[in-house]
Design a binder for this molecule. Sequence first.
Ligand code: AMP
Ligand code: TRP
Length: 340
Amino acid sequence: MEEKKILFSAIQPSGILTIGNYLGAIKNFKKLQSDYQSIFALADLHTLTVKQEQGALKRNTYELTALYLACGLDPEQSILFAQSHVPAHAELTWILNTITYPGELSRMTQFKDKSLKHEDNINMGLMDYPVLMAADILLYQTELVPIGADQKQHLELSRDLAIRFNNRFGETFKVPEGYIAKSAARVMSLAEPERKMSKSDANVNAFISMDDDTDTIIRKFKRAVTDSDNKIIYADEKPGISNLLTIYTAFTGKTIEEAEKEFDGKGYGDFKLKVGEAVASVIDPIRQEKNKILADKDYLDTVLANGAERAARIAYRTLNKVYKKVGLLPRKRGYNVRLR
Ligand code: AMP
Ligand code: TRP
């Protein structure tokens, strides 16, 4: 039997997800999951790079696990787990740190953005974030990494580190490919359509959260910032309307041309209502299903425990190889059950 190729991706449990995360990430996870041996992590260690309120990380980790399940990720077929439950992620990060240069990390767009946003907490973890992400990916000999466009630079670093390590120590890691959806890879803010939609935006009207109910969704789309020339067409100089068209087509499966034709001669008010309804019709059942699953913590714990066990089996195979390649003294059998 031919083994399936490995797909790996992760999302940070750092708050309620937006439709940007849904379209840029989860929707593609679901689409691709059965063509690969898929591994989906909750990047909880990454989340620690930004200060967390008491109890928030735990709550958000359950939330995201339930959302993964509600969106159709299958815990039997795929591997769902929390990054912190498989220590190999932190261990490989250390090794990769020894072949990473500070300049590669300090010029990362996300590091620069987050340093400005969290001026009071520019910690080493924030800078090292992409190396932990490389460890996530490389531990599983991953072929494909579905991500939103904002993670492209980090994926490039993962590839560079894999190649660098292989050159220095001999063939060890598979060099991963990114999978960035052709449309909706970058869903923009409803309030400032030049900026990415983000779950940490201080203005709640700037994003649609996966927890918003139908009324809230429709109200937020009604308020979405557009322009005033009343033409519903996709164009660079119309970022607001273009973003709404992107969202509408991603949720309905229609093409941009079909949507432009559908709304030809119609007003912005009509259009915004239709976008809101299209989004709500998909999000609403997911939210309800997520809340149902969320009520059963034992089930969620079981899913994560099984996932961690399966993930660890693959991860330690790679870490073991890495430790040997870099020349560490092998540990005696039985000393650490994880190292075989
Ligand atoms: P994060 O919430 O930063 O952990 O992001 C999780 C995933 O969602 C990553 O693959 C991101 O690239 C993707 N993502 C985040 N924001 C957006 C957005 N506005 N549009 C499209 N994809 C996004
Ligand atoms: N850094 C990613 C984000 O913020 C989340 C992530 C962590 C990830 N590890 C990963 C994505 C590995 C893909 C592969 O979106």
